[in-house]
Design a protein around this ligand. Structure first.
Ligand SMILES: NC(=O)c1ccc[n+]([C@@H]2O[C@H](COP(=O)([O-])OP(=O)(O)OC[C@H]3O[C@@H](n4cnc5c(N)ncnc54)[C@H](OP(=O)(O)O)[C@@H]3O)[C@@H](O)[C@H]2O)c1
Length: 276
């Protein structure tokens, strides 16, 4: 079974560099998908209240029979539950729904600058972490100005920033800002909806390494020091997406893939996104 490297957090904890994302995994198959991923070797499940499958996450975890401390569980607080009281209620509900007494990581899902509550939410996260509801606290979809505001107002640096990142949206400046602050970058939609699978930079590296285009794209993230959480409900692809540690991309291949960056998102822009 693959030995998945961990990336260190700035709070002394660490996270597996590859995890299993469960956005859009229907609730009725979430337990099977999570159990299958854990059987394949994943040790990180990336969930969120929004995904409506936290019960399945917990069921899959229990079904795997793995000791609790061997699996890293992330969830997120959604946009309409910012603010101290609602954020606490959200975390307590996730704990209950998943069936855990402590989460490994909780993220603010989006900053939603228009409601101007993310600093208050962050302060609540610090308190809940100190009380032991979660081991580590982080953010998602935070731009540099959002990061610098919470750090400036609380002195508390998130351990991780989960952002949209793939070859067409490589986010070099935001990744560098995360690194400057000691924040792990974790890529969502790391495969970029497969939009670069046929690009010559990806296809030729795949042919040379004897790997699939998906593995080449995931390996590009790994060599950039980014954590990834690919999603698949297909057990063969789950295994493929974890099989990333027996080959290297050359410097030229890394640069050719980086050159596919056109700054185009598949998802919303965090500076204005406010779906509640
Ligand atoms: N924080 C946020 O705002 C945010 C936003 C979006 C996502 N996320 C997180 O990031 C995770 C991953 O993002 P994602 O689900 O959008 O996208 P993704 O993992 O980049 O791609 C998933 C899609 O690619 C297909 N796929 C998976 N492995 C493949 C392979 N080896 N070859 C070809 N196709 C493959 C899957 O189909 P099959 O299932 O049919 O294999 C699925 O359609 C989510 O599950 C969620 O946990 C977070």
């Amino acid at each position: 079974m693959t030995d998945i490297p961990h990336l260190p957090f700035n709070d002394g904890n660490s996270i597996p560099q590859v995890g299993f994302g469960i956005w859009k995994v229907p609730p009725e198959i979430a337990a099977d998908a999570v159990a299958s991923a854990l059987k394949t070797g994943y040790r990180l499940i990336d969930g969120a209240y929004l995904y409506m499958n936290e019960a399945g996450l917990g069921e899959g975890l229990r079904r795997s029979g793995l000791p609790r401390e061997e699996v890293f569980v992330t969830t997120k607080v959604w946009n309409n539950e910012h603010g101290a009281t609602k954020a606490r209620a959200s975390v307590e509900r996730s704990l209950k729904t998943i069936g855990l007494d402590r989460l490994d990581l909780v993220l603010i899902h989006w900053p939603v600058p228009s409601q101007d509550l993310y600093v208050e939410t962050w302060k609540a996260f610090i308190e809940m972490r100190d009380e032991g509801l979660m081991r580590s606290i982080g953010v998602s979809n935070f731009n540099v100005d959002h990061l610098e505001r919470i750090i400036g107002e609380t002195g508390e640096v998130p351990v991780l920033n989960q952002i949209e990142c793939h070859p067409r949206l490589a986010q070099p400046e935001l990744r560098a800002a995360n690194a400057r602050h000691g924040i792990v970058t974790q890529a969502w939609t790391p495969l970029g909806q497969g939009q670069t699978f046929e690009a010559e930079a990806v296809a030729s590296a795949a042919r040379r390494a004897g790997k699939s285009p998906a593995q080449v794209v995931l390996r590009w993230h790994i060599q950039n020091g980014t954590a990834v959480i690919p999603r698949s409900v297909n057990p063969a692809r789950q295994a493929e997406n974890l099989d990333l540690f027996d080959f290297d991309l050359t410097e030229a291949e890394m640069a050719a893939i980086a050159a596919l960056d056109v700054g185009v998102r598949t998802g919303p822009d965090p500076s204005v996104f406010k779906m509640l």
